[in-house]
Design a protein. Structure first.
Lengths: 405, 405
């Protein structure tokens, strides 16, 4: 018998481990578990019949189906890019299709931007906590991390640059989820946005504005996007240092895997090369369906989703208020899908999760997963978009009892 | 006005340029050009009504559509993985779903395998010419290249290893398209396959078997896959050093972007981490549609495609035979989509392409695009799957006249 193969993997694989959340999603698929864990939309809101109709229309037309089922341009479907140009313009970012790349969800956008900007030994700036999918997406490019502070941070641009130099590289970018952040649900104020733009201008690095939840505002006034503020300040999209990632996953459906990047044209043309090398193009048929949904249904679908999630958020905030002990704090998001909870110092939410799943059938995500340095062991993330109001009321009451209320 | 941003890109971007083929595809979209350039299936063969029916069935069912439109597992749709397990077993590779990862076409599989295996300064082994999409897919991982010879090569395993060491790294893998290769149309003989397996065992590196065309054999007897040969020799898939990439793009449609990797379970679990970080999962709805097509239509669709492409290959070979000058050579493929042409030494097919497009309205791909070292300037690739028989006859006759026949 021939020798067996013992693989030797590339260096970069050392930094790539299974996502705790996605592994968790498998375990808690038990129907008796009330899950506040996933970051998953409510499937009852998917516009199923409109999606079915869009596929049917495309596939019954000979020319449209030949385009839909063939290889396609890496940049993405022209109609969809045109719609996004209009969408961005209404949000204060005048641009043209050359400023838009379609990606397979914004996860793919983040992975591409990591490839585009991170050289070995660079030190990226991320919030603590931050979206853990972003940490996964950047991992193959092997960055170090430094922490962005939003609350009256006394860190200067020079201190970030010097820390990056000490690690042997540059600051390739800052990364932020400014609206209803994953995991905290918090939104940066206009002042915090201006401070952040000043910081990245002083560092002279780009900033990634990851904004999948921005449309889902339940109350309060919208805050202008970092990209709109920077485009206004520097004279146009092709001068801006903001790379914006948008997504249809939270508004329509994550199943078609359609997101986009809006940025200066030179960045988009290089991201397009990365797209071409990565998977040639996202499925044309799904992009054509999404273009049809966006053109005919966007505002209506946003309104429907906001109405449904506002009720769930209110139910979760009310249950927390009614049941949780005084020692526990949580955020009060004005939109999005998440509430962030902070237990007293010394608590360990990873251990709590094990007890919660086994003893009371309730799941959440331990907060340390969202910290680049794995701190935050006394924090956790609660999702309210997927569970029903009844599950929210029951699950939070049970969790409160487990926490000693 | 604030400062404008001047991007500094990561080191790896130096190796990433626009694909000449994909840029070419845009230019030659003129309807008056007869194109032998793309590597594109004939859209008349797409099983359009069956695809429409599969989408409709999924989307009219509440539970199926909730799965189809939601986030999904990174490994891929369970039904589709099960079908692929059966498909691989019939081709001499007994395996289980843990040996299968669904990817967004085999382009994505190649990019992931590059990430998994290539460390900086490694030297990958590729044929000359080779599939240029593979060179693009590996580029972000920044390998060097050395040339695999199949025709009585006198290169020893030690010579490859020493050359890789001289470049400062290892041999991370050999890469080959053994059946109806892109770009040459050639198929490795059983003896060449055994020699190749001996070589990679001696080097002790894995081998990537990229096999999107294997099902499309028009005549002659099938040759066993490298993976089947190695699995038999070493006792099972989990001992094998062959990483097999399969695709539905050439049999059903490239538009759904569904391919797969079959390899030892440890490799698949790490590729799954890469998938998760890259785009979370391929669209579940497209995978469910592909599972339905595969289960109900695979053999029939293969037979239909073979029948259509055999006629086109025969037409192209007959036209070449009838019109081309004696100084020009070409391959006679037993399947797949391509014929490879070699002009006399000193010819430059890049210059020829410009004349062919402008003077006679015929396009092809200059051969140097398929060489890691950009040699082969007297070669070119002809595709016969997309043009009609009439276009093949007219286009080849015109090209022959341009070449002085």
């Amino acid at each position: 018998m021939q020798q067996q193969w013992q693989p030797e993997y590339a260096d970069r694989m050392q930094g790539m481990q299974a996502s705790e959340i996605r592994e968790l999603l498998k375990v808690i698929a038990r129907p008796d578990v009330i899950s506040f864990a996933g970051g998953i939309p409510d499937p009852d809101l998917f516009p199923r019949s409109e999606i079915a109709e869009a596929y049917a229309q495309i596939l019954k037309d000979k020319d449209a189906s030949a385009r839909a089922l063939q290889y396609s341009v890496s940049e993405g479907d022209p109609d969809l890019r045109d719609w996004i140009v209009g969408h961005m313009a209404m949000r204060g970012v005048p641009c043209i299709p050359d400023n838009i790349l379609i990606t397979s969800g914004s996860q793919q956008a983040l992975e591409f931007i990591g490839k585009l900007l991170i050289s070995k030994d660079d030190t990226a700036l991320v919030a603590a906590p931050t979206y853990l999918g972003a940490l996964r997406a950047f991992a193959p490019s092997q960055p170090n991390y430094d922490t962005l502070g939003f609350h009256q941070s006394n860190r200067s641009a020079a201190s970030y640059t010097e820390a990056a130099h000490a690690n042997g590289g540059r600051v390739p970018f800052a990364y932020v989820v400014p609206d209803f952040a994953n995991p905290t649900g918090e939104t940066l104020t206009l002042e915090q946005r201006h401070d952040l733009l000043t910081l990245v201008r002083d560092i002279d690095c780009p900033i990634i504005e990851d904004s999948p939840y921005a449309a889902l505002r339940f109350d309060g006034a919208p805050v202008r996007s970092l990209q709109a503020l920077d485009v206004e300040a520097c004279g146009g999209i092709d001068a801006s240092r903001v790379i914006y990632c948008g997504s249809f996953s939270k508004v329509f459906t994550p199943g078609l895997r359609v997101g986009w990047v809006c940025a200066k044209a030179d960045v988009i043309s290089r991201l397009t090369l990365i797209k071409q090398a990565s998977d040639l193009n996202s499925p044309a048929i799904n992009q054509m369906v999404m273009a049809e949904l966006a053109k005919t249904l966007y505002d209506q679908q946003v309104a429907k989703t906001i109405a449904a999630y506002r009720i769930k958020r209110d139910a979760m905030l009310a249950a927390l208020e009614a049941h949780m002990p005084d020692s526990i704090e949580w955020t009060r998001p004005e939109g999005g899908m998440f509430i962030w909870m902070t237990l007293p110092e010394g608590a360990d939410t990873a251990q709590l999760l094990e007890r919660a799943v086994n003893e009371i059938g309730v799941a959440f995500v331990p907060g340390h997963a969202f910290f680049a340095d794995k701190s935050g062991r006394n924090t956790l993330r609660l999702n309210y978009s997927l569970p029903s109001v009844a599950q929210i009321e029951t699950g939070i009451a049970k969790l409160a009892r487990l926490l000693g209320a």
